[in-house]
Design a protein around this ligand. Structure first.
Ligand code: NDP
Length: 451
C-alpha cells in the first residue's frame, strides 16, 4: 500500500507540475493535500475514475486583468489584478483579496485551493476563491489607495456577485480597502448586496469580523491544548505578524490568560518579556491601523522590549506559537528551535506559514500542530455569517456571532479528530483537515456530474 501511495502521489504531482510550471507555492499546497488524500482515493475507485483530484486542482476560472490608475504626482501606474475562482461545488466562490508585491498566479492558486478545503470545513455553503494584485498599499496616500481600489473593482465587478463570488480582505486589504472597493461596486452595479464581506459595521458588516481570524485561531488552539489537559493559562505565546490576524490573536490570548511576547513585520520582530498587555495592544492597534507605522516603533514606546531587525521570532522560548504573518515564514530550522525550546502547540493564523520541512519536524516530535486551513477558518466562517445576515437583512449581536464562531471552531476541531487520529492516538490535524474538507466537496462534485 505504501508503495502504491507513493507512486500515486509522484505521478499526480509530476503531471500537476508539468501543467502548472513554476508555480511553486501552488505545487507545495497541492502536494500536502495529495499526500493526505492518496490512501483515501486509492480505496475509493469512484473518486479516482471521476478524476475528482485532477478536477479539484484545476481552477474553474481564472481572470487576469490590467489595473491602470493615476498616482498623486499625476503619473500613470499599471498593476495586475487577478481572481481565481477555484471551486463552486458547495457554494459561491468565497475568499479574500490580497494586495502585496509578491502576489502572482502561483500564490493566488495556492490560496484559492486551500480556501476550498477551509470553506468546506466551516460547514457553511461557500466555494473556494482568492484574488488580489501586485499593488503595494504601503506608503501610499489614502487617495492613491482609493484610486487603485476603484480601478481594480471596475474590472472585478463583472466577475463577482452575492450569489456568484464574494471577496473579502487579506494581506494589505483591511476595512479601508474593502470600503473603497464596495463603494465602487455599488456605484457600478447599482445594488446594495453582500457581495463583499469585511464591510463596516454601519453598512452591512458583521460584528466580530475583524476579530474573527485571530480569535478563531486561539479557540482552535484552546481545543488542541484541551486534548492534553492544557490551556492558555499562564502560557507564553509567540506570535508573528502585526496585522489584522496577529492583533486579535494577541487580544484573545490575553483574554484566555496567556502571555503574548512577540509581534513582527517583514522587517523584524519585537520581544517584550513582560508581555504585550491590553494597554500595549491598544498602542499597536493605533500604530498599525491608524498611523500605519512599523512594529519597530513599539520599542520607542516600551523600551524594555527589544527589536531584532531582519529576524523572525521563532527562537524566543514559548509554550505556544501562532504564526500570523505570511506563507513559508517558519522553516525546518525554526521548527526545530521551537521544539527544542519546549513549545507544545503551533496553530497557524496565516495561510501555509510552515514549510513542509517544518511540518515534518512538528509531526515527528508529536507536537500539537494545526494547519491554517483548519486553525484560521474562523475568518471566512464569520464572513459566511456576514453573508447570512446580509441575505436576511438582520444584524446579530457580537455575543451571538462569537458563540457561532466558537461552535464552528469546535466542530472543525472535532472533524480533525475524526479523520486525523492515528493508531498511536496522535492527532494528525493536516490529514484530518484535508480529508474532512475534501469529502464534502468531492461528494458535491460527484452529485453534480462532469462540470
Ligand atoms: P495584514 O496585511 O493585516 O498583516 C500582514 C502581516 O504580515 C503584517 O505584519 C506584514 O508585515 C506581515 N507580512 C506580510 N508579508 C510578509 C512577508 N513576506 N514576510 C514577513 N512578514 C510579512 O494581513 P492579515 O493579518 O489579514 O493576514 C495575515 C495572514 O493571515 C495571511 O497569511 C492571510 O492569508 C491569513 N489570513 C487572513 C485572514 C483574514 O481574515 N484577514 C483569514 C485567514 C487567513 P509588513 O507590514 O511588513 O508587510
Amino acid at each position: 500500500m505504501e508503495e502504491e501511495v507513493k507512486n500515486y502521489v509522484d505521478t499526480f504531482m509530476s503531471t500537476l507540475i508539468a501543467r502548472n510550471p513554476g508555480e511553486k507555492e501552488f505545487h507545495q499546497a497541492v502536494r500536502e493535500v495529495v499526500e493526505s488524500l492518496a490512501p483515501y482515493i486509492i480505496e475509493n475507485p469512484q473518486l479516482r475514475k471521476s478524476k475528482i483530484l485532477e478536477r479539484i486542482t484545476e481552477p474553474e476560472r481564472v481572470v487576469i486583468f490590467r489595473v491602470p490608475w493615476l498616482n498623486d504626482r499625476g503619473e500613470v501606474e499599471i498593476n495586475r489584478g487577478y481572481r481565481v475562482q477555484m471551486n463552486s461545488a458547495i457554494g459561491p466562490y468565497k475568499g479574500g483579496i490580497r494586495f502585496h508585491p509578491s502576489v502572482n498566479l502561483s500564490v493566488l492558486k495556492f490560496l484559492a485551493f486551500e480556501q476550498t478545503f477551509k470553506n468546506s470545513l466551516t460547514t457553511l455553503p461557500m466555494g473556494g476563491g482568492k484574488g488580489g494584485s501586485d499593488f503595494n498599499p504601503k506608503n501610499r496616500s489614502d487617495e492613491e489607495v482609493m484610486k487603485f481600489c476603484q480601478s481594480f473593482m471596475t474590472e472585478l465587478q463583472r466577475h463577482i456577485g452575492s450569489d456568484t463570488d464574494v471577496p473579502a480582505g487579506d494581506i494589505g486589504v483591511g476595512g479601508r480597502e474593502v470600503g473603497y472597493m464596495y463603494g465602487q461596486y455599488k456605484r457600478l452595479r447599482n445594488e446594495f448586496t453582500g457581495t463583499l464581506t469585511g464591510k463596516g459595521l454601519g453598512w452591512g458588516g458583521s460584528p466580530l469580523r475583524p476579530e474573527a481570524t485571530g480569535y478563531g485561531t486561539c479557540y482552535f488552539a484552546e481545543a488542541m491544548l484541551a486534548t492534553r489537559g492544557e490551556s492558555f493559562k499562564d502560557k507564553t505565546v509567540v506570535i508573528s505578524g502585526s496585522g489584522n490576524v496577529a492583533q486579535y490573536a494577541v487580544q484573545k490570548t490575553l483574554q484566555l490568560g496567556g502571555k503574548p511576547v512577540t509581534l513582527s513585520d517583514s522587517n523584524g520582530y519585537i520581544h517584550d518579556p513582560d508581555g504585550i498587555d491590553a494597554g500595549k495592544l491598544q498602542y499597536v492597534f493605533e500604530l498599525k491601523n491608524i498611523f500605519r507605522g512599523r512594529i519597530k516603533e513599539y520599542v520607542e514606546r516600551y523600551p524594555k522590549a527589544k527589536y531584532y531587525e531582519g529576524q523572525k521570532p521563532w527562537g524566543v522560548k514559548c509554550d505556544i506559537a501562532l504564526p500570523c504573518a505570511t506563507q513559508n515564514e517558519l522553516d525546518g530550522e525554526a521548527a526545530a528551535l521551537l521544539v527544542k525550546n519546549g513549545c507544545k502547540c503551533v496553530a497557524e493564523g496565516a495561510n501555509m506559514p510552515s514549510t513542509p520541512e517544518a511540518i515534518a519536524v512538528f509531526q515527528n516530535a508529536k507536537l500539537l500542530y494545526a494547519p491554517g486551513k483548519a486553525a484560521n477558518a474562523g475568518g471566512v466562517a464569520t464572513s459566511g455569517l456576514e453573508m447570512t445576515q446580509n441575505s436576511m437583512r438582520i444584524s446579530w449581536t457580537p455575543e451571538e456571532v462569537d458563540a457561532k464562531l466558537h461552535s464552528i471552531m469546535s466542530d472543525i476541531h472535532a472533524a480533525c479528530i475524526k479523520y486525523g487520529t492515528e493508531e498511536d492516538g496522535y492527532i494528525n490535524y493536516v490529514k484530518g483537515a484535508n480529508i474532512a474538507g475534501f469529502i464534502k466537496v468531492a461528494g458535491a462534485m460527484l452529485s453534480q456530474g462532469l462540470v
